[in-house]
Design a binder for this molecule. Structure first.
Ligand code: GLN
Length: 290
């Protein structure tokens, strides 16, 4: 069997399993199984396969069960860095890069940068946001928090993998074990309405951790909790930034305004959908926020 034939077979299996991006997934698994890039393939396409054909077909068949590609390859790229992923963490999404970009703008502003900025990433999961901020912002200390031990193991492995010295991870149910105050708090919390989870694609609902998805009945539980509790953990003139679902801009903005945040604004993603809500913590609130 030639490399071309095995790749076509992989594509056909995924097509029959109704995987949307079957060509791209068959190719990515081919690269992974045979360690061959496009150039290598062009040279070798019609040569007999050296190596174990069954290994490629095994992972193709795993993907055909709807297991996410990233759970097979074990990694996902995010903001130019590579992150380890498994069933204990949400797979980093490109949408979340919008949140990271907005946070970097604030953190790299001289007000924050010159004095040294302490950042909290609440519900850190794989640690993708915390580590990306740590790597892209000078003079910062980043704390990533998650309730899940399994997620924190992945986050710590990602810290090592990406040589991010200025980030630490803490196990905590929201702010329970947190004592510091922060210049910037970011969070991509679980925000899917419980009833909606069963309507999501199988890759998500059957393989990604429910804990990372479920925002309870109206999807807003964590925005309410984190915003309310953040008042005790925010330095004066700090910023709170959230990733949100496309239909949550108004509700999350209102939660922030009700809790005293000012200059609350919604930022759209590349598809023109609401994706980030951010607000400023006024200086005068600090005295009475405890
Ligand atoms: N902060 C992680 C991410 O954005 C995990 C988010 C989550 O588990 N809800 O990927």
């Amino acid at each position: 069997m030639t490399y071309r034939q095995i790749l076509v077979e992989g594509e056909n299996i995924l097509k029959d399993a109704e995987i949307d991006d079957y060509k791209s997934d068959a190719w990515l698994l081919f690269e992974y199984a045979f360690g061959m890039n496009r150039t290598g393939y062009l040279v070798k396409a019609d040569k007999e396969v050296e190596g174990v054909i069954s290994e490629y077909l095994d992972i193709i068949n795993e993907r055909a069960t709807r297991k996410p590609l990233q759970h097979i390859t074990g990694v996902q790229e995010f903001y130019g860095l590579e992150f380890i992923v498994n069933e204990n963490v949400l797979i980093p999404r490109q949408d979340t890069e919008i949140l990271v970009e907005e946070a970097i703008k604030i953190i790299n502003n001289p007000d924050c940068k010159d004095t040294g900025c302490h950042i909290l990433d609440m519900c850190t999961g794989s640690g993708c946001i915390a580590i990306t901020l740590a790597k892209n912002c000078e003079n910062t200390k980043v704390t990533g928090v998650d309730i899940s031990d399994g997620a924190l193991e992945v986050a710590v492995a990602n810290k090592e993998k990406n040589s991010a010295a200025n980030v630490d991870f803490i196990q905590s149910n929201l702010f329970e074990n947190i004592n510091d105050k922060f210049d910037v708090i970011v969070s991509n919390p679980p925000y899917i309405e419980s009833d909606v989870i069963d309507t999501l694609m199988q890759e998500v609902k059957d393989f990604e951790p429910r804990l990372a998805l479920d925002g309870e009945a109206d999807g807003l539980k964590f925005y309410r909790e984190i915003t309310k509790q953040s008042l005790k953990y925010m330095k004066p003139s700090g910023y709170l930034l959230y990733e949100i679902g496309h239909n949550q801009g108004e509700a999350v903005s209102n939660i922030m305004i009700e809790n005293g945040y000012t200059a609350v604004k919604v930022i759209k993603d590349l598809a023109g959908l609401d994706r980030v809500v951010m607000g400023h913590f006024p200086e005068e609130m600090e005295e009475d926020n405890v």
